[in-house]
Design a protein around this ligand. Structure first.
Ligand code: PLP
Length: 378
């Protein structure tokens, strides 16, 4: 059997990782500023997490959600404390799309409605509802298009006001748009959405799958706007590479048996992986580190010749690559052993581990200076 080839692969195979570094099969070492698509939060192969997972592997990896699992309760309590959402309830799943799918379903159950407002250039995943609220017709099959979705430009309050009504079940928005190339909703826009959702009886869903877990320099990116969404979805950084996701749900919304469900969500091993991530985030003060190193990177990148396009928050940073540097991502890999993310067309995305050090950030900045010469503006 061969693989179903849906991915464009880089000519590179990592076989080992540690902290912000990965090695290929020929022992070449790379600085990882991509984090396997924003997944690596506390750093590759973090000793504390590896040890905790090894211990759990020797006890019990998995049992179904039809039995008690105190690790899920421990994880909910810890997540509530670290995120500031200790009054919310947690539903555990295994991926970002599944988290969004369940948040949308919850909103529809609660309101009895099915219309959803999403935003231009959004990305929320590949399952049926999640892809329907994703603004990319290429990845929506005819089967996915049966949902009632209205797309509105980001940060356009007038267009949003024209779309929301008392038939709207939910408004779904990324804390910071990632796949689109790093676009930040303004605080006033998020506050406006919260107010209008309340007025119209719609649920506000914050997709923090990529921007959450400290990446933005706060636990959740929407916390800069001081809003409290009805549901918050998480995944990527939550397990630092072990698949786990979740939905944080406002306690006003009551569950009934069977309302939501999943086989793998919240397995013993997944909970231990996620608990270790939160402990390390707290103990190593990684949210503050993301804020400090992220601000330093943004400030330094703003002195370079694509300065106006630098955007983002914490360690979720993007900038447009000028036409004459369009091979920048490949050059950073082949000439400087630095892995970055990208967005189409011609955007570099930085999504490193939250433990990235200043010295590691400087390695990247030096490589950028070399690449920009002679086009860099003095
Ligand atoms: N939501 C956002 C904002 C994402 O960036 C992604 C993945 O990139 C998803 C949802 C989907 O997550 P997953 O691939 O784990 O289903």
């Amino acid at each position: 059997m061969k693989l179903f080839e849906v991915y464009s692969l880089l000519p590179f195979e990592p076989v080992k990782g540690e902290g912000s570094w990965i090695w290929d099969s020929t022992e070449n070492k790379y600085l990882d500023l991509y984090g396997g698509h924003a997944v690596i939060s506390i750093g590759h192969q973090h000793r504390y997490q590896v040890q905790a997972m090894k211990e759990q592997l020797d006890k019990l990896t998995f049992y179904s959600n039809s039995v008690q699992n105190h690790l899920q309760e421990q994880l909910a309590e810890k997540l509530g404390k670290v995120s500031g959402y200790d009054t919310y309830n947690l539903f555990l799943v295994s991926s970002g799309a599944e988290a969004n799918e369940n948040a949308l379903k919850l909103a529809s159950f609660v309101t009895g409605r099915k219309k959803v407002i999403a935003f231009k250039k959004s990305f929320h995943g590949r399952t049926s509802g999640a892809v329907a609220v994703t603004d990319n017709p290429k990845i929506n099959s005819p089967f996915n298009t049966g949902h009632e979705v209205v797309f509105v430009p980001l940060n356009d309050s007038a267009a949003f006001d024209a779309a929301i009504d008392n038939q709207t079940a939910a408004v779904i928005i990324e804390g910071i748009q990632g796949v689109a190339g790093i676009h930040v909703p303004s605080n006033t826009f998020l506050q406006h959405l919260e107010k209008k959702c309340k007025e119209n009886g719609a649920l506000l869903i914050l997709d923090e799958v990529q921007s959450g877990y400290g990446r933005s320099g706060k636990f959740f990116a929407h916390q800069y706007a001081d809003i409290h969404p009805d549901a918050i979805t998480i995944a990527k950084g939550m397990g630092n590479g072990f698949p786990i996701g979740g939905v944080l749900i406002n306690p006003d919304y009551k569950p009934f048996a069977g309302m939501l469900g999943t086989t793998f969500g919240g397995s013993h091993l997944a909970c231990v992986a996620a608990l270790a991530v939160l402990e390390v985030i707290e103990r190593q003060n990684l949210i503050l580190n993301a804020q400090t190193i992220g601000s330093y990177l943004i400030e330094q990148l703003k002195t370079m010749n694509f300065s106006p396009s630098v955007r983002g928050s914490g360690l979720m940073i993007g900038f447009d690559v000028p036409e004459d540097l369009k091979n920048l991502r490949n050059d950073l890999i082949s000439k400087h052993n630095i892995m970055t993310g990208e967005a189409k067309p011609n955007v570099i995305r930085l999504l490193p581990s939250l433990a990235l050090s200043k010295q590691e950030a400087d390695i990247f900045l030096q490589a950028m200076i070399q690449q920009l010469n002679p086009v860099a503006v003095a």
